[in-house]
Ligand binder design. Structure first.
Ligand code: NAP
Length: 249
C-alpha cells in the first residue's frame, strides 16, 4: 500500500514544519512547500528522508496562481496522489491601526492568507473529489483566534483574512461533503514562532501570554497535533469544524 500524501504549505518553519515532522512520523509522505527559505525546507526534507520517511521540498508562492499550479503538479509527479492539504502558509505585516494601512498592504495580506488558501483548496478538491475519480481526502485550514478577537491596534486585516478562512472552511465543508472530502480548520492562539517578529514584536508571545487562561504561549507541536487529528480517520465524522488551539483564550 502506498503511503498517504500530505501537502503542507509554508512548511519551512513554525507550525508547518512541526506538522510535517509529525505527519512523517505517522507514515505520511509529505510535500513541504516554502516561499523563500529553501535551505530550511530542504534540511527538513532531508531529516525526514534520513529517518526513513518520504519528503520533498517545493518552492512556490501560494499567492501566485501559476506557482500554485506548479506546486500541485510537483506533488502529482513525485507521489501520484494527494490525500491531505494543510493550508498553513500565512503572513502578517507590521502592527498598526487600520487608519494607517494602505491598500497595497491589504492586497498582500489577502493574496497570501486568503487567495493562496482558496487556490490550494480548489486544486486539492479537483484531485480528491470522488466526482472526478479521486479517492476523497481532507483539507485542514490554519485560521487563527484573531478571526474572532479582531486584532485591534495590531492587524485587523490579518484577522479579517482569517475570518475569510473560517467562512471558506464552513462553506467548502458543505460543498464537498458528498464527494469524500472533509474540510476543517484549526484556530491557533499565540504560538511561539517567527511570525511575531514579522509583525514587529518578537517578544509578543510573552506579552500576550498574560491574557491566556493557561498562562503561556503554545508550541507549534501542539497545533500540529490538532491538525494531524483533523486530517486523520479518527476525525471521520468531523467536517466544517473550527478547532481553537489557544490555551483557553
Ligand atoms: P512562520 O513561522 O512565520 O512561518 C510561515 C511559513 O509560511 C513559512 O514557511 C513561510 O515560508 C510560509 N509562507 C509565508 N508566505 C508564503 C507564501 N506566500 N507562499 C508560500 N509560503 C509562504 O508562521 P507560523 O506562526 O508557523 O504560522 C503558520 C500559520 O499559522 C499561518 O497561517 C499563521 O497565520 C497561523 N497562525 C499562527 C499563529 C502564531 O501565533 N504563530 C497564531 C494563529 C495562526 P518561508 O520560510 O519560505 O518564508
Amino acid at each position: 500500500m502506498h503511503n498517504k500524501v500530505m501537502l503542507i504549505t509554508g512548511a519551512s518553519r513554525g507550525i508547518g514544519a512541526a506538522t510535517a515532522r509529525l505527519a512523517a512520523s505517522q507514515g505520511y509522505a509529505v510535500c513541504l512547500n516554502y516561499r523563500q527559505q529553501r535551505s530550511a525546507a530542504e534540511a527538513l526534507a532531508a531529516e525526514i528522508v534520513a529517518a526513513g520517511g518520504q519528503a520533498i521540498a517545493v518552492q512556490a508562492d501560494v499567492a501566485d496562481e501559476a506557482q500554485v499550479l506548479r506546486l500541485f503538479a510537483s506533488v502529482e509527479q513525485h507521489f501520484a496522489r494527494l490525500d491531505v492539504l494543510v493550508n498553513n502558509a500565512g503572513m502578517l505585516e507590521p502592527q498598526m491601526c487600520l487608519e494607517q494601512m494602505d491598500i497595497a498592504r491589504w492586497q498582500r495580506v489577502f493574496a497570501t492568507n486568503v487567495f493562496g488558501s482558496f487556490m490550494c483548496a480548489r486544486e486539492a478538491v479537483k484531485r480528491m473529489s470522488t466526482a472526478h475519480g479521486g479517492r476523497g481526502g481532507a483539507i485542514v485550514n490554519v485560521s487563527s483566534i484573531a478571526a474572532r478577537l479582531g486584532a485591534p491596534g495590531e492587524y485587523i486585516d490579518y484577522a479579517a483574512a482569517k475570518g475569510a478562512i473560517d467562512s471558506l472552511t464552513i462553506g467548502l465543508a458543505k460543498e464537498v461533503a458528498a464527494v469524500g472530502i472533509r474540510v476543517n480548520a484549526v484556530r491557533p492562539g499565540v504560538i511561539d514562532t517567527e511570525i511575531h517578529a514579522s509583525g514587529g514584536e518578537p517578544a509578543r508571545v510573552a506579552r500576550v501570554s498574560q491574557n491566556v487562561p493557561m498562562g503561556r504561549g503554545g508550541r507549534a507541536e501542539e497545533v500540529a497535533a490538532a491538525i494531524l487529528w483533523l486530517a486523520s480517520e479518527q476525525a471521520s465524522y468531523t467536517s466544517g469544524a473550527l478547532l481553537d488551539v489557544g490555551g483557553g483564550r
